[in-house]
Design a binder for this molecule. Structure first.
Ligand SMILES: [Zn+2]
Length: 454
């Protein structure tokens, strides 16, 4: 029964009961003080007033629902929020799963059932259920950690293949994914009901020690690079080097060149996985706000993979965003089974330390880790995090920022600064100082005739 029907029936019943009581008093021989004609007039007047009241209150009830739904109905608040504001996740490893399990083949609809559902964390029905509005898809290729940076390996080729697979994936499901290499595109794709799909690489070992490769990756649509994965590279120190008791050198001189070139390109600098000094050095140097595509707070889970409070504050001061990850082994250090509440704790810690909801985001790391908290087991479960934060007092405006407005703001700021820097300076031609240049002149002419020994 609708509310208006209920109100109308209540009014009818009240009026009928009054009539019945009146009739009963008559039958019982009691004195009826008012004349029948007046009684009838009064009854009609009163019933119509009641009916009017019922109608008005019904209209007001629905108007208030439309304007301001029940704030304690967290599920419908979340549904409405994520349909109005994009949920943009900073890190998902589906493309890596496609590489290791399917050798980058996605055409065989029997094997690759993304549209119907997969056993892993990410597929189209789950993405839709989780109301995902945008995703930075990670183009992860592992680092070897061998430390000999002059020995050529397959990493740049493999990263190119990951870019190819991602582009093909977006084209294969054009009703679902919309490839974006700029923030305006991401906003538009979301409005059209598509999942804005962006590219990021998880470690500067993937650029072959070359700023030229960073530039070409940017041209191919890559929009962030993590400075290190779990190995040092020619640019910076990684977190687990420090965890292993070795010194934290932070950024190298060549790393400083890379940061400046990434600013000029508008390539977001991702500080997940890097050492604390690398974080600090980049925050000092970078002209553009940085991101942590998938990370957690050190104070709540003290391991070097996570971000200490001074870095959280400096990231905020520079206008960056810390995207909270769901990786169970980084969430706590006590080895217990975690829940969505542990993730909420980390979100609220960033909010508390930075004093605002402007610097926090979400980077689940789905398909990149085997163990996830209860109620955040796959990409369909994002709403649980929003409901948990609503229960703990977060407003819809706060949560819209967490969902995607913060990462969009940081991206836009990087684009704006890149435009300015491109007017001010040309490409950075710096090369890694220890690079071995394989050169053989075969008696070719010299560019500079005066050069005797180039
Ligand atoms: Zn990672």
């Amino acid at each position: 029964m609708s509310t208006s029907q209920a109100h109308t029936r209540a009014a009818d019943k009240w009026a009928n009961d009054a009539l019945r009581r009146d009739e009963q008093r008559r039958a019982d021989g009691q004195v009826v003080l008012v004349q029948p004609s007046t009684t009838s007039f009064f009854r009609t007047w009163f019933a119509s007033r009641l009916l009017l009241f019922a109608l008005v209150s019904t209209v007001l009830y629905y108007a208030s629902l439309a304007l301001n739904e029940n704030p304690l109905d967290y599920a419908s608040r979340t549904r409405r929020l994520l349909s109005k504001f994009p949920l943009i996740d900073g890190h998902n490893d589906l493309v890596y799963l496609i590489r290791v399990e399917l050798k980058n083949t996605i055409h065989d609809a029997e094997r690759f059932t993304l549209g119907e559902g997969l056993l892993s964390h990410t597929d189209i029905p789950k993405l839709r259920k989780g109301q995902v509005g945008g995703q930075f898809w990670s183009l992860y290729i592992p680092c070897t950690g061998k430390g000999d940076f002059n020995t050529p390996d397959d990493t740049v080729r493999d990263t190119l293949e990951q870019i190819d697979t991602a582009h093909r994936l977006f084209r294969q499901f054009p009703d679902v994914f919309h490839y974006c290499d700029n923030s305006a595109c991401a906003r538009k794709a979301f409005k059209q009901g598509k999942i804005a799909s962006m590219l990021g690489a998880e470690g500067m070992h993937q650029v072959g020690n070359s700023l030229g490769v960073i530039r070409k990756f940017h041209e191919l649509g890559m929009r962030y690079i993590t400075l290190t994965h779990n190995c040092d590279n020619v640019f910076a120190t990684a977190w687990n080097t420090v965890a292993a008791g070795k010194p934290d050198h932070g950024l190298t001189p060549f790393g400083r060149e890379a940061v400046q070139e990434m600013n000029r390109l508008g390539m977001l600098i991702d500080l997940s996985h890097v050492s604390h000094n690398t974080m600090r050095h980049v925050l000092e140097l970078s002209q553009s706000p940085v991101i942590f595509s998938h990370t957690l707070a050190y104070t709540l889970a003290p391991l070097f993979r996570n971000v200490p409070d001074d870095v959280l504050r400096d990231t905020a001061r520079k206008g960056g965003v810390v995207m909270i990850t769901f990786v169970e082994r980084f969430l706590t250090q006590d080895g217990r089974k975690t829940t969505v509440e542990d993730v909420a704790d980390h979100v609220l810690h960033v909010v508390q330390v930075t004093g605002s909801w402007d610097f926090v985001g979400i980077g689940g790391d789905f398909d990149g880790t085997p163990h996830l908290p209860k109620d955040l087991e796959d990409v369909s479960k994002y709403p649980n995090l929003f409901e948990a934060l609503m229960r703990r007092g977060a407003s819809d405006a706060d949560l819209a920022k967490l969902a995607g407005l913060n990462i969009l703001r940081v991206w836009e700021e990087n684009e704006r600064i890149a435009k300015r820097l491109q007017r001010q300076r040309r490409e950075n031609e710096a090369t890694w100082s220890d690079r071995l240049w394989k050169q053989n002149y075969y008696g070719l002419p010299f560019i500079r005739t005066s050069v005797v020994n180039p």
